[in-house]
Design a protein around this ligand. Structure first.
Ligand SMILES: Nc1nc2c(ncn2[C@@H]2O[C@H](COP(=O)(O)OP(=O)(O)OP(=O)(O)O)[C@@H](O)[C@H]2O)c(=O)[nH]1
Ligand SMILES: [Mg+2]
Ligand SMILES: [Zn+2]
Length: 280
């Protein structure tokens, strides 16, 4: 927990208060030693969650404005995971930016651009960056000003490297400190929030922090594919799953090339993953 004066204080949270997460604003009081106790979690303007054990829903991050969905020239992008993040962002009304890192390693930039073309066509901002050389970071910085942003993506795509590249040296010391403080107790979430020099906050999250699909219905998932939205009302049946349903406008749009076939195929995979339809 960071106090209003910027001090990092190790806190515990009373059970009835609920589960605080990264990005939360909390009321707290000091207790024994240099520790504190969270007494209240202030109302959240947004929340990303994930399924926890025993059917519980666990908070992932609160009060976000946007998610930076990071892929890289390597490891090979997992587009199903990308779609999953994007659907969660649509559902929670969060902005999403696709960031392709390690552009310094790219042999064929045109191929990378074409891999991202489906997303560009449906209005997601695409940034090609390198945490190593600094290329593209100015554009990324501009997008972060005044926003609370979270980096999400597969392990190894360079989320922490980007965080380091975006923070001034002074801040990195703070970071080492808070990581040390975090070691003892709060191992449930290792996501960390940093203040950006130009205003705004950046959250570095660990590995594949899958979030969002926990509380989504089939309808939410379909609407989470933002290019489906224009067609959903035109499906013949209100409970259309957009699979083999008669009179499905989404499927028709795929057949006429108005919706990307690759994105649609991934929608079907996510449907299956969420067990909205039985595996055959
Ligand atoms: N060539 C190149 N390598 C990079 C770049 N950014 C990160 N890397 C390397 O990629 C590896 C993984 O970077 P991390 O920043 O630890 O990745 P991460 O996304 O934070 O990974 P997790 O914390 O496991 O989720 C490291 O070896 C980095 O040096 C880049 O822009 N170019
Ligand atoms: Mg990392
Ligand atoms: Zn349909």
């Amino acid at each position: 927990m960071e106090s209003s004066t910027g001090e990092i204080i190790l806190c515990h949270t009373r059970r009835h208060v609920g589960e605080a997460t990264v990005g939360d604003l909390v009321m707290w009081e000091p207790c024994e030693g240099k520790r504190g106790r969270v007494t209240e979690i202030l109302p959240r303007r947004s929340l990303l969650a994930r399924p926890g054990s025993g059917g519980r829903i666990r908070p992932v991050a609160a009060n976000l404005d946007q998610v930076l969905v990071v892929t890289a020239t390597g490891p090979e992008p997992d587009w199903l995971l990308v779609d999953q993040y994007l659907a969660a962002c649509e559902h929670r009304h969060l902005g999403a930016v696709l960031v392709l890192n390690k552009i310094d390693q790219a042999e064929d930039r045109e191929r990378l651009r074409s891999m991202l073309a489906d997303y560009e066509a449906i209005g997601y901002p695409i940034l090609l960056v390198s945490a190593k050389t600094g290329e593209g970071l100015a554009d990324l910085r501009t997008r972060l000003v005044g926003q609370c942003s979270m980096l999400a993506g597969q392990s190894g795509v360079g989320k922490s490297s980007l965080t380091n590249a975006l923070l001034p040296d002074k801040q990195l010391r703070t970071r080492a400190l808070s990581e040390k403080a975090g070691l003892g107790r709060h191992t449930t979430t290792t996501a960390t929030l940093y203040h950006l020099p130009d205003g705004g906050d950046l959250i570095d999250s660990p590995g594949v922090a899958v979030f969002g699909l926990a509380e989504m219905t089939l309808g939410d998932l379909a609407a989470g594919y933002r290019e489906f939205q224009a067609w959903l009302a035109a499906c013949r049946f209100r409970d259309c799953r957009h699979v083999n349903d008669k009179g499905c406008a989404v499927r028709e749009a795929v057949e006429t090339g108005q919706i990307s076939g690759a994105r649609y195929q991934r929608y079907l995979k996510l449907l299956e993953k969420l067990q909205f339809i039985d595996k055959r």
